[in-house]
Every structure is written in structure tokens, then in C-alpha cells.
Design a protein around this ligand. Structure first.
Ligand code: NAG
Ligand code: NAG
Ligand code: NAG
Ligand code: NAG
Ligand code: NAG
Ligand code: NAG
Length: 818
């Protein structure tokens, strides 16, 4: 009997022992501690708390992550600012109820919860929501004395509040990690701006990057992603003690979701876990588009995402600086056409579908109705706009805005009504217009009859008069002449300037037509590009393109002086470049000596910057498609200026995608995917740039390159020398003692990266500019395209281009069947 009892006793002990170690703990009590290598797991096994080292960092942090998601996703870090240098981390309850993180090797406190409320018998517990909480075991209430949700890092989990607790003095904000190896707070933050009309704001450094628009009872006026939906409930609370927003999963939902500030893209991203694919799926990313960027359009303007340009002055406002506005720099915003006259009594115009303006200078009252709100705004001369606070149930509450109205946008499928103050006469105009509409309908019959008479009269008159200038006609027809800051030249003036397009004045024949040198009456020298007629473009398309091209302004782009469109002729007038084009230097033995290496390098850098601007910085994203030595002009100081940019657009104006049936380009410079499939992208320009770079270094033309020892192309020749370690042979061609061999080799290296076969392998122009400017290690180039020939088109078309093929000037325009 004794034996049996003893046996049972041992078994029970063993079972208890096993039980204790097979179920992980979810809490830590004053007598226990947690060391590096051990973890706490929440009751249902959703979250885990323990030590981790992010990315390549060797330092140790205490954090919380999803237990069952293989790719460890950290949602909270305790000691963000104060890592432990080794694996001696020790977590314990100390000083009554504080949770304290120590480095046991140095015996220093790295982090402490500093809970102001103390518990008699403290229990620290990790909940299935991902919240680490302190509660008092003796106190039956469910309140927490401390919770990690009050100290968010970069991740917002369901149930977490972002915003203010005024009693506890908490401002809960999200802040991104510094990098994937460093969880300390980066410069991207998001929280609630505590103003009279609170809203969610994201800051990049100290600058506002995004705002959600104020809460309107249903959602934030500017962000449709917070609107009610089947998965989440959004709550916004604003009273004397707290101002916060939060989201919760609806009870039936089992989605695993998190919202995180991304430290690389500066977006707030909302992810959900896809169990099947075992990946995080991106659901929403804010800012959603350019219009979400704070203040893109400046004051008193509306950002309309699918309009061109995206920024539009509000009705009855005009650009403060028309010049900069037309250059698509909208930062100065708009001013009133007509100053307000508070004494005479102003009125309001209603706008709909807007994200309400920045509420920094605003005033609110929850009890007023819209009529009272209007009256309130009207009596204060600096009140610029008003709206309802809450749009539910027909609207209630009042918000007034003072001063300039900032960061308005049109919200597709959302937004709300805003009443903006106007000078009385402008309201009159608007109402008058509406009345006129009615009158117009009423008198339609009369006008119709009158119209017929008028039209007949005009037809007779027009026939008599030769259309002097399309542009003038357009103006008379109500075209928007005013947005065109570009001088128009009369055909006769250009004809005079170029000696009636005399052969002696011809500078060359470019891809889109001949170029003439000319001298205007005032003595200014110009270059005139007479566009060939095959573009088949109408006048309006031409006008639009010229306006676009004129907006491209950069030190390394040729400046457009004006244009002329008359009698079926379309011409572009540029500044004249006395040093002509780059090809006249680099391929000429005598003139080539004028370009020492430092000049050549300056030219290379300039072309790269100009191209980068076209690709990326100009807001239009122009792909040149015909970059070559003869399209790079040189000014007095041998600074390079790219020409013919934007013209490819005109000639294939109907192409919006990177796939064209018409190939515009030049043999020897064309990227393989463009030459064979008509696929173009910024990377096909990068290819052309790479070829041009080789030409500038070697002084040899890519087209018609010939070497006595082999039949390789210029690219193939360079590739061969590179692999044989003889690339310095190319330097000899420079015959320049002063050159810096490592710089030249670096350029050869960059050019080989640019001419790689696959577009994806080629660097972007931004990388090229960066590589040219720095001296960091470069990746190894893969085998380039066109080792043996200069492009697949050449052999087939060279027969009919005999005689021209030596000029390196032919631009191909081939129509290929789709
Ligand atoms: C870790 O190392 C850094 C730099 O050596 C030091 O400043 C810091 O105090 C150390 N931290 C701990 C917890 O020992
Ligand atoms: C212990 O708590 C007291 C008051 O709550 C605080 O002043 C003190 O700094 C704490 N000590 C440690 C080591 O955290
Ligand atoms: C902390 O360090 C001391 C001295 O090195 C050691 O005796 C003790 O076991 C360590 N404690 C833990 C929990 O590792
Ligand atoms: C706790 O208090 C210490 C000293 O007062 C402070 O350095 C530390 O940042 C506080 N920790 C937290 C989590 O607030
Ligand atoms: C940031 O966003 C990019 C693009 O969506 C994504 O590839 C990357 O993984 C994100 N980084 C983090 C830390 O979530
Ligand atoms: C108008 O409103 C502003 C902002 O609330 C306030 O500073 C100013 O005193 C008001 N002016 C008048 C005349 O009420």
C-alpha cells in the first residue's frame, strides 16, 4: 500500500512538473523573472513576449510579436532607446510593482515601466490583444494600472488608442523605427493634433506630411479608408478628458491585422495576415496619392487627383505667383481675385466633396446649427469658411476657419460640404450665371434662329479672311490663352530670321525635322526646329505638348523660346547654342582635343542630371527615346544641354503606355527591348545614356564602330577589354595626360551597367547620378546587349539608308505591325 501511494505521489509530481513546463506562462509575478531565451505567451497563444535582436543588429531588445507568424513581426518594443549589448537581459518585477528590465552583466536598469499606480499584489500579464498589462490580483476590477498600449511604437493593433489622455498626461503617438536594425524612434510620427477640431496628423521630422481631416461623426473627412466597413469599427472620442481614435474588429471577425508606420516609404500601411499564402497583405497605404501630401497646392487651392494640373485655385481665387504656378510649383497657393469687403457684407459659396481645411486656426461649437454657424462666421471678418461638425442626421455643430485655407482636396467618394467666404459681387456673378442659364433655356428658340443667321454670316466672313494664326483663332474661340506663357512667333518673322529657310542656314536634320539657324530682328540668335508634317497632330495637341515641354526647365535642357503654328507649319524656337552639338566634338580628332577629361566628365554629369530631371523630377516623367550625341548641345562654357526632349510624345501622342507601334530612336543607341518589341521605359533611355557615355570616353561612334582585330560593336569591344582587365586601353584614346584613370574606369563601369541586356538590371538615372558623384563600390555588370552588332534593325534597314548612315543623324521611325 505504501509503495502504491509513493508511486502515485511520484507520478502526480511528475505530471505537475510536466504540466508546468509544457504550458508557457502568460504572466510574471514578483518572485519570478524572465531571462533572454525565455518568453511569455498570451493565453490563447496569439502573442509572445521575449528578447530579440532586429535585423543584423547584435543588440537585444524586449519586445512583443505574433507567436504563430513565422516571419517574426514585432509589434512593440520596451527598451527602444536603450538596448542591451549582450544576452544578459533580465526582466523582473521590482520596487513594489514596476516591471524592470536589467542588463545582468553590467547590473544597470535599461528600462522601467515607472507605473505611477502601485499594486498590492501585482500581476504582469500578456493579453491576447498584444497588450502587456499590470493589474492588481486583489482588486477585482478589470482596470489596468499600466499597459503597453499606452506607449505605442510603430504598430497600432485593434483596441489601441491613438491620442490624448488629458488626466494621465498621455499623448499616444506612433513613431516609425529608425531602420530595420534599429527600433529607436525614427523621424516619421503619427498622432492626434490636439486642436479645437482634432484630426490625425503624420509628421516627417517637424513637417506635417499628411492630415486626415477632422472627424465628422462618420469618419475623417479626408480619408475614406476610415469609413465604416464590415471588418472594423472606428471610434473617435473627443471630450474634456480624452481625445483619441481607435479601431476594433467586429466580433465575428477573426482577421489578424495591424497598422504600421513604414520607415522606408513613409507610409502608414495596414496589413492583414493571409493564412493560406503565409504573408502579410497590404490593404491600405496612406498617403494614397499626391493630393494627400500636406499642402501640395498651397493655400486656397483644391487638389484634384485626376486633373491636370492636379492643383486648381478655388473658384474666385487666382495663383499668387502665376509664373511659378505654371511651372507646377504650387507652394505659394492662391489669392482672391477680389479682396473681401467685410463692411459691405460678404456671402458664401458652397463647395462639396472636400477634405476640410487644416483646422489649426479654427473654432468649433457642438450645439450650433448651420444657420447660426454662418451668422457666427459672417460677423468676424477674418473667418473664411464654415461647415457642420457632424454630418449625421442632416448635420449639426459648427466649425469656423480663420485665415488662409490650407490642404483642401477633392475626396473621391467622400469629403463634405464647406462654405467659403466671397466678395458679395462674386456671389452675384455666380447667381447671375445660374439665372442666365434659365434665361438661356427660355430663349433657346430665339437664339437658335438668331444662331443660324449669325453662322451664315460668319461663314461668309471667315471665307474672306485667311486664318492668320491658329493661336489667335484659338484665343478668340475662348481657348485658354492665358495659361500659355510662351511667346508666339509669326511665320513671317521666322522666315525672315532664317533667310526663308535657306540651305545655308540649315544646321542639320534631326529626328523630327530640319533645324535652321536664325537671327531675329532684335539680334537674338535662335535655332528653329521645323517639325515634319508626318506627326499628323492637330493644333490643340500641338499646343498642349508645347505647353508641357515649356514647363520642363533645367540647366541641362535646351530652353524653348517660343513656337509658331501657322499655315500647316509647326515650329519650335530654341536658344541658339554656338558650340553646336556634342558629336561635332567627340568624334572629331582636332576639336576633340578641346575636351579634356574634366570637361568630358562635366558633360557626362550634366547629361545625367538633365535626364534624371526628365525622368523623375519634372513631375511629367518624360522618356526622351532619342538620346544621342547629336541631341546634346553645348553652350559657351561647354555645358551640355539635352535637346529634342518631349518631342517623341508629340509624334506618338496617342501612346500612353510603354508599348508603341512606332519606334522613334537611333541605331546604335536603342535598347534591345525597344528596338525589337517597341517597349520603352526610362530604362531604355538609360541604355542610350550608357552608349553615349562610351562614346564620350572612347571618342568612337557606336554606329559604324570598326576595329581591325574583331567584329565586335563598341559595347562588345568595351566588354571584352573590361573582362580582360584592359579597360584602361580606352583611356589611351582620350590622349589626355591630366585625366584621372580611376574616374574614367568608374565611368566605363557605369556605362556597362547601363547597357545591360535586361532593363531591370540597369540602374535608374538617380542611381547613375549618385554613382557618378560618389566612390562607393559598384555592382558587377552582366553581359550587355548587342555585343556583335548595333541592333537587330540595322541590317534590314541599312540598304535604303545608304549615304546617310555615316552621319549618325538618322532617326528611325518605323511602323511595326502589332
Ligand atoms: C552598451 O554599449 C554602449 C556603447 O558601448 C553603452 O553606451 C551602453 O551603456 C551599453 N549598454 C548597457 C546596457 O550596458
Ligand atoms: C521606486 O518607486 C519610487 C516611487 O514610486 C521611485 O521614486 C523610485 O525611483 C523607484 N525606484 C526604482 C529603482 O525604480
Ligand atoms: C546575474 O549575474 C549574476 C552574476 O554574474 C549571476 O550570479 C546570476 O545568476 C545572474 N542572474 C541571472 C538570472 O542570470
Ligand atoms: C522611467 O523613469 C526613468 C527615470 O525617471 C526614465 O529615465 C525612464 O525613461 C522612464 N521610463 C519610462 C518607460 O517612462
Ligand atoms: C515598407 O513598405 C514597402 C513597400 O510597401 C515594403 O516592401 C516593406 O516591407 C515595408 N517595410 C516594413 C518594415 O514594413
Ligand atoms: C475673430 O476670430 C478670431 C479667431 O477666433 C479672434 O482672434 C478675433 O478676435 C475675432 N474677431 C472679432 C472681431 O470677433
Amino acid at each position: 500500500m505504501d509503495r502504491i501511494l509513493a508511486f502515485l505521489f511520484i507520478i502526480t509530481k511528475l505530471l505537475l512538473f510536466l504540466f508546468k513546463f509544457s504550458t508557457a506562462l502568460d504572466s510574471i509575478s514578483p518572485s519570478a523573472f524572465l531571462i533572454d531565451g525565455k518568453t511569455l505567451v498570451s493565453d490563447k497563444g496569439t502573442f509572445e513576449l521575449g528578447f530579440f535582436s532586429p535585423g543584423i543588429s547584435k543588440k537585444s531588445y524586449l519586445g512583443i510579436w505574433y507567436k504563430n507568424i513565422p516571419d517574426r513581426t514585432i509589434v512593440w518594443v520596451a527598451n527602444r532607446l536603450n538596448p542591451i549589448n549582450d544576452s544578459s537581459g533580465l526582466l523582473k518585477v521590482a520596487n513594489c510593482s514596476d516591471l524592470v528590465l536589467l542588463s545582468n552583466s553590467t547590473n544597470t536598469v535599461v528600462w522601467s515601466s515607472n507605473s505611477t499606480k502601485k499594486a498590492k499584489s501585482p500581476l504582469w500579464q500578456l493579453l491576447d490583444s498584444g497588450n502587456l498589462v499590470l493589474r492588481d490580483k486583489d482588486d477585482g476590477s478589470s482596470g489596468f494600472l499600466w499597459q503597453s498600449f499606452d506607449y505605442p511604437c510603430d504598430t497600432m493593433l485593434p483596441g489601441m488608442k491613438i491620442g490624448w489622455d488629458l488626466r494621465a498626461g498621455l499623448d499616444r503617438r506612433l513613431s516609425s523605427w529608425k531602420s530595420s536594425d534599429d527600433p529607436s524612434p525614427g523621424d516619421f510620427k503619427m498622432g492626434l493634433e490636439q486642436e479645437s477640431n482634432p484630426e490625425v496628423v503624420a509628421w516627417k521630422g517637424s513637417k506635417k506630411q499628411y492630415r486626415s481631416g477632422p472627424w465628422n461623426g462618420v469618419g475623417f473627412s479626408g480619408s475614406t479608408e476610415f469609413m465604416p466597413n464590415p471588418v472594423f469599427d472606428f471610434t473617435f472620442v473627443s471630450n474634456n478628458v480624452e481625445v483619441y481614435y481607435t479601431f476594433n474588429l467586429k466580433s465575428e471577425s477573426t482577421v489578424i491585422t495591424r497598422s504600421v508606420l513604414n520607415h522606408t516609404t513613409y507610409d502608414r500601411q495596414c496589413y492583414t495576415w493571409n493564412e493560406e499564402a503565409q504573408t502579410w497583405e497590404l490593404q491600405v497605404s496612406v498617403p494614397r496619392d499626391r493630393c494627400d501630401n500636406y499642402g501640395l497646392c498651397g493655400a486656397n487651392a483644391n487638389c484634384i487627383f485626376n486633373a491636370t494640373p492636379v492643383c486648381q485655385c478655388l473658384e474666385t481665387f487666382k495663383p499668387k505667383s502665376p509664373e511659378e504656378w505654371n511651372n507646377m510649383d504650387w507652394s505659394q497657393g492662391c489669392v482672391r481675385n477680389k479682396e473681401l469687403d467685410c463692411q459691405k457684407g460678404d456671402g458664401f459659396i458652397k463647395f462639396d466633396g472636400l477634405k476640410l481645411p487644416d483646422a489649426t486656426h479654427s473654432w468649433v461649437n457642438k450645439d450650433m446649427n448651420l444657420q447660426e454657424c454662418k451668422a457666427k462666421c459672417l460677423v468676424n471678418c477674418s473667418c473664411m469658411a464654415y461647415s457642420n461638425l457632424d454630418i449625421r442626421g442632416g448635420g449639426s455643430g459648427c466649425a469656423n476657419w480663420f485665415g488662409d485655407l490650407m490642404d483642401i482636396r477633392l475626396v473621391p467618394g467622400g469629403g463634405q460640404e464647406l462654405y467659403i467666404r466671397m466678395h458679395a459681387s462674386e456671389i452675384g456673378d455666380r447667381e447671375a450665371k445660374a439665372k442666365m442659364k434659365i434665361a438661356a433655356i427660355a430663349t433657346a428658340a430665339f437664339v437658335f434662329i438668331l444662331g443660324i443667321l449669325t453662322i451664315s454670316y460668319h461663314i461668309l466672313k471667315e471665307k474672306a479672311k485667311f486664318a492668320e494664326n491658329d493661336w489667335e483663332n484659338d484665343k478668340n474661340n475662348g481657348g485658354q490663352r492665358e495659361d500659355m506663357e510662351l511667346p508666339l512667333f509669326a511665320f513671317s518673322a521666322i522666315a525672315d530670321a532664317t533667310n526663308n529657310f535657306s540651305v545655308n542656314n540649315k544646321l542639320g536634320e534631326g529626328g523630327f525635322g530640319p533645324v535652321y539657324r536664325g537671327k531675329l530682328e532684335d539680334g537674338q540668335e535662335i535655332a528653329v526646329k521645323r517639325l515634319s508634317r508626318r506627326s499628323g497632330q492637330g493644333f490643340n495637341e500641338f499646343k498642349n505638348e508645347v505647353i508641357l515641354i515649356n514647363k520642363l526647365q533645367h540647366r541641362n535642357l535646351v530652353k524653348l523660346l517660343g513656337c509658331c503654328s501657322q499655315r500647316e507649319e509647326k515650329m519650335l524656337i530654341y536658344e541658339y547654342m554656338p558650340n553646336r552639338s556634342l558629336d561635332s566634338f567627340i568624334f572629331d580628332e582636332t576639336k576633340g582635343r578641346l575636351l579634356d577629361w574634366s570637361r568630358r566628365f562635366n558633360i557626362i554629369s550634366g547629361i545625367a542630371r538633365g535626364l534624371l530631371y526628365l525622368h523623375q523630377d519634372s513631375r511629367l516623367r518624360i522618356i526622351h527615346r532619342d538620346l544621342k550625341a547629336s541631341n546634346v548641345l553645348l553652350d559657351d562654357h561647354m555645358n551640355p544641354k539635352i535637346s529634342d526632349f518631349g518631342l517623341a510624345r508629340m509624334f506618338v501622342a496617342d501612346q500612353t503606355e510603354g508599348d508603341t507601334s512606332r519606334v522613334v530612336g537611333t541605331y546604335g543607341y536603342m535598347a534591345p527591348e525597344y528596338a525589337t518589341d517597341g517597349l520603352f521605359s526610362v530604362k531604355s533611355d538609360v541604355f542610350s545614356f550608357g552608349v553615349l557615355l562610351l562614346e564620350i570616353i572612347s571618342g568612337k561612334k557606336s554606329k559604324g564602330f570598326y576595329h581591325p582585330d574583331h567584329s565586335l560593336s563598341l559595347i562588345g569591344h568595351t566588354w571584352r577589354l573590361w573582362n580582360e582587365g584592359d579597360a584602361s586601353e580606352l583611356i589611351d584614346a582620350l590622349r589626355d595626360e591630366s585625366c584621372n584613370p580611376s574616374e574614367v574606369l568608374r565611368c566605363v563601369h557605369i556605362s556597362l551597367l547601363c547597357v545591360q541586356q535586361h532593363p531591370d538590371d540597369r540602374p535608374s538615372m538617380a542611381s547613375v547620378v549618385w554613382m557618378l558623384g560618389g566612390d562607393s563600390a559598384l555592382p558587377n555588370p552582366k553581359e550587355p546587349a548587342f555585343l556583335n552588332d548595333r541592333g537587330p534593325l540595322e541590317s534590314s534597314s541599312s540598304s535604303n539608308k545608304v549615304g546617310l548612315s555615316s552621319t549618325n543623324e538618322i532617326t528611325v521611325s518605323v511602323l511595326e505591325p502589332r
